[in-house]
Design a protein around this ligand. Sequence first.
Ligand SMILES: O=C(O)[C@H](O)C(=O)CO
Ligand SMILES: [Mg+2]
Length: 258
Amino acid sequence: MPKFAANLTMMFNELPFLDRFEAAAKAGFKYVEYLWPYEFPAAELKAKLDQFGLKQVLFNTAAGDISQGEWGLSAIPNREAEARRDIDQALEYALVLGCPTVHIMAAVVPEGESRQAYKQTFVENVRYASEKFKPHGINICLEALSPEVKPNYLLKSQFDTLEIVEWVDRDNVFVQLDYFHAQNVDGNLSRLTDRLRGKFCHIQIASVPNRHEPDEGEINYQYIFDKLDEMGYQGYVGCEYKPRGETVAGLGWFEKYK
Ligand SMILES: O=C(O)[C@H](O)C(=O)CO
Ligand SMILES: [Mg+2]
């Protein structure tokens, strides 16, 4: 049965961020993920995890200057020093939080820039991170984002991500398989899951097209969950969706997995 993680960035927005840990635990979650921890001291977040018996299973490297359209720095040529500081910071947080996986964000590729140069830079920075994280048993995930969510992001298709993972060629670097983006860009989710077998170590879910709870829309998630169980998938499934309304009211789908 899948191990579901509440995404505290997207869910429980009725509450201030630091109150979402208790809400997630009360709703029956044992695991949490969220985009970025850096607004808070790692020790403060760890205290919240411990207070409510939660395990942190994923967070991201910093996004850069979102107001300037940045969405990750690790693929931007000539920004390697900043990217590697972000990677080092992510490692510090992962060690305090006891988090097994970090999503290294790539970058948006501005019109006219060389995608190949961005890919090469990303590979070199991910290899840097792999070496730093390896002694601590921490994995790295890379994720494709659909253009409707993040236009011109370096990784669009799951096969873009697979190309980088195979190019990096390190045993602690994997695909972050977000079925919302995968359905929007690649489709054919069952065959895609088979093709990525052994290459992904974290999954995220949301309905398509509205990115809500997984109990609506065009993806038959029960079929996907059963397939993951049959494959023996042992990773986590992040609930990276925007609740239709009040978060707990939308958790009927989760009842049978508690
Ligand atoms: O947006 C997503 O699906 C990613 O998981 C993320 O964390 C930031 O792009
Ligand atoms: Mg995602």
